[in-house]
Design a protein around this ligand. Structure first.
Ligand code: AKG
Ligand code: FE2
Length: 338
């Protein structure tokens, strides 16, 4: 349980050796530029006269940046704040309470762990704790969730059903732009909803370590709710750049399955997390994940870049390739159109 950083005495005076990355992987003392023109999609009139313009904005943003932010998305700021506060309180809970959720078993449906799924075998640890649990359908999972703080289940229950609805609305807009049936992404395609909360305590030396490895999200689509402390970086034209938090917005990140289904019209941007020396950072990620059995394939018939596969087949290649998206997708590339 000493693995959980949120139990450590605060502040940590010097970076423990196990968290110091080899020089080529360190973020260094470089000041990273901020992406100051991240596309912001205003969803206020998505069901009205702005719909076709919104579709265009989402596709343009995905082509140009790989991701976008949404505002006026219908989830009240008060619910976003309540959920963030509940999460911050959970990570501040007594160590004994958190111990009951600690597990390195990825099959466990509600758990807290530190660094990555590979804590026991990795050479260097990432500077993060993570709470992950399934959310959908609520009645199958809510009994496994924390009960501290006392409002956890009530607040996070509402939050997760609202974020699920929002992601399905965004996916419906995307399906329209792709020219597939409006409910293409419902049901098996978005069967599992995962809430993944990252918590990074203040770090004595952010130049030497990382809060999360560089990766593309393996699922269908992700939505990220950042607190006010920056840390998310996206690789843009070969350079790491900061995606600073926009109050009350969500960052929408297409996953690798959307890249395949859209036949490459969406990409799945490479991102990572750097640490902060002054303040703790908490982010709430919502992931939609296909069922294990559903066949993922380009929705267009014309020159499909990938062969069909099940999500289980993909995920096994993804983990075997050490979570390298290019290697994993390489197994499913269609030779004819490479
Ligand atoms: O916490 C963040 O800012 C990013 C989280 C993320 O990329 C992920 O959980 O996949
Ligand atoms: Fe991610």
């Amino acid at each position: 349980m000493e693995a959980l950083m949120s139990n450590w005495a605060n502040p940590v005076q010097s970076l423990p050796e196990k968290y110091i990355f080899p020089p080529e992987k360190r973020p260094g003392t470089h000041v990273f530029p901020v992406i100051n023109n991240i596309p912001i999609v205003d969803l206020r009139n998505v069901d009205g006269h702005d719909r076709s313009q919104i579709i265009q904005q989402i596709f343009d943003a995905s082509q140009e940046f790989g991701f976008f932010q949404v505002i006026n998305h219908g989830i009240p700021a008060s619910l976003m704040d309540d959920t963030m506060n509940v999460m911050k309180k959970f990570f501040a809970a007594p160590p004994d309470y958190k111990a009951s959720f600690y597990s390195t078993d990825i099959a466990k449906k509600c758990r807290i762990y530190s660094s990555t799924m590979n804590y026991d075998n990795e050479d260097v640890h990432y500077w993060r704790d993570n709470l992950t649990h399934h959310c959908h359908p609520l009645q199958d999972h809510v009994h496994l969730w924390p009960q501290y703080p006392t409002r956890y289940r009530e607040v996070v229950g509402t939050y997760s059903s609202e974020t699920m609805k929002l992601l399905l609305r965004i996916l419906e807009v995307i399906s329209e732009g792709l020219g597939v049936k409006p409910k293409y992404f419902e049901g098996e395609m978005s069967k599992n909803q995962l809430l993944s909360v990252n918590h990074h305590i203040p770090c004595p030396d952010p130049s030497l370590t990382l809060g999360m490895p560089q990766h593309s999200d393996p699922n269908l689509i992700s939505m990220l709710h950042q607190c006010s402390v920056p840390g998310l970086q996206v690789l843009r034209h070969g350079q790491w750049m900061n995606v600073d938090p926009t109050p009350d917005a969500f960052v929408v990140i297409p996953g690798l399955q959307l890249k395949v289904i859209s036949n490459g019209r969406f990409s799945s941007p490479m991102h990572r997390v750097v640490t902060h020396s002054g303040e703790a950072r908490t982010t709430i990620g919502t992931f939609l994940i296909p069922s294990n059995e559903v066949v993922i394939e380009p929705a267009e018939e014309y020159e499909p870049l990938y062969k069909g596969y099940t999500y289980t087949e993909f995920f096994s290649c993804f983990t075997k390739s050490n979570c390298d998206a290019d290697i994993a997708l390489g197994f499913f590339k269609n030779e004819t159109y490479k």
